[in-house]
Design a protein around this ligand. Structure first.
Ligand SMILES: *Cc1c(COP(=O)(O)O)cnc(C)c1O
Length: 383
């Protein structure tokens, strides 16, 4: 059974734009006035504000979250022969970057309820790679999935014991927290993304790296500008064109002014979903489990169904009620055609099962109380 339709937006960038229009326009006009489109003053201003937001010492604005991951790995010397440990249940970019650099991704399973990388399996995977002695364990990428923090204390202990570079793929989760501290200082470096659909999204591609290490930050600035040295035409190392555009920085400065309020609104919506959907019963619908001590940026509010048939049936019924949903991720990375040949065949049963059971409900700050009510009622009527 489905409720009479009421169209709900999965993401509503137009409504957000209307809310911040005056600030946005004056920011954009400032850039059109000075015409410093590459590394203009807005980039440095945004870097300072992002660093202050999470308490990191340095922030380097970059062309995308993917390029942020790549520059962090290039600076850490990741290349051929290196094993990079990362979760199988994440966005493709996490695994793509080590392969682009000639390194090998080693897929790790995730927790069945928080969807974050499983530290016990990670430890076993590192030991197996050591025993096999074909690849050199070099780095761990912890992904803060869906807005929540990865298990950072465990990841730091494992990386410290094994002497591995620890990178936080926080592309989805800037604004999330752990132990009351905003994400951005949990690892050696933290990569964030400003893809339009992320909690802090621009109007195009963009990203940044956060770090407390001044030498790393200097290297990131060099690598984003073709490996330049003290002067622009001194090339010290092989880099890339990986800078954040001034226009994107201007958009993000306007959005940063309302970001805290938007995060609070996302939390309110998540709480309303939690209390409304509890009536379904845990045998029919599992609600997102909060990471202990964590705060979520609620990039995604994902529920679990008992299996693929129930998931697909709910998705179809919700569509008929005007409620769009999405599946993150329909296939774990080790089963993707591009990555399968690089996978060592280790079983990753949790990641595989989640792909058949997970469903993301609309989650953005423009949802009003009636939208949330309609989503809840539609889910309860459809189960
Ligand atoms: C979005 C995303 C990226 C890539 O960010 P882009 O800015 O789109 O390049 C990397 N990792 C994760 C987990 C993401 O969700």
């Amino acid at each position: 059974m489905s409720l009479p339709p009421r169209p709900v937006a999965f993401l509503d960038l137009k409504a957000q734009q209307a809310r911040i229009a005056p600030a946005l326009r004056s920011r954009l006009e400032a850039v059109l006035g000075h015409c410093q489109f590459v590394l203009g003053p807005e980039v440095a201003e945004l870097e300072a504000r992002l660093a202050a937001f999470c308490g990191a010492a340095h922030c380097v604005g970059l062309s995308s979250g993917t390029d942020a991951l790549q520059i962090a790995m290039m600076a850490a010397g990741i290349g051929p022969g290196c094993a990079v440990f990362l979760p199988a249940f994440t966005y493709t970019a996490t695994a793509e970057v080590p392969l682009v650099l000639g390194a090998t991704p080693v897929f790790v399973d995730v927790d069945p309820r928080t969807f974050q990388i499983d530290p016990v399996h990670l430890q076993a995977r590192i030991e197996a790679v050591r025993r096999e002695n074909r690849l050199r364990p070099a780095a761990i990428v912890g992904v803060d999935l869906f807005g929540q923090p990865a298990p950072w204390p465990e990841l730091r202990r494992i990386a410290g014991d094994a002497g591995l570079f620890l990178l936080d793929d926080c592309a989805q989760s800037f604004g999330g927290s752990l132990g009351g501290a905003r994400l951005g200082r949990e690892a050696d470096a933290t990569a964030i993304s400003f893809f339009p659909s992320k909690p802090l999204g621009g109007y195009g591609d963009g990203g940044a790296l956060l770090t407390d290490d001044a030498d790393r930050a200097r290297l990131y600035r060099s690598l984003r500008s073709h490996g330049e040295g003290e002067t622009r035409y001194e090339v010290l190392r092989t880099g890339m064109n990986g800078r954040l555009d001034t226009l994107q920085a201007a958009v993000l400065l306007a959005k940063l002014d309302v970001f805290e309020r938007e995060l609070a609104r996302r939390e309110e919506i998540a709480c309303a979903y939690d209390s409304g959907l509890a009536a379904a019963g845990a045998d029919r619908l599992l609600l997102p489990q909060r990471v202990p001590g964590g705060g979520s940026a609620w990039a995604v509010y994902a529920v679990l169904l008992p299996g693929p048939d129930a998931r697909d049936a709910l998705q179809a019924a919700l569509r008929a009620s005007g409620v769009p949903t999405a599946i993150y991720y329909p296939r774990p990375l080790h089963l993707q055609p591009a990555y399968r040949p690089h996978h060592d065949g280790a079983p990753l049963p949790v990641s595989e099962a989640l792909s058949g059971r997970i469903l993301a409900l609309p989650m953005h700050p423009e949802l009003d109380a009636a939208d949330v009510r309609h989503v809840v009622d539609s889910v309860l009527a459809s189960l």
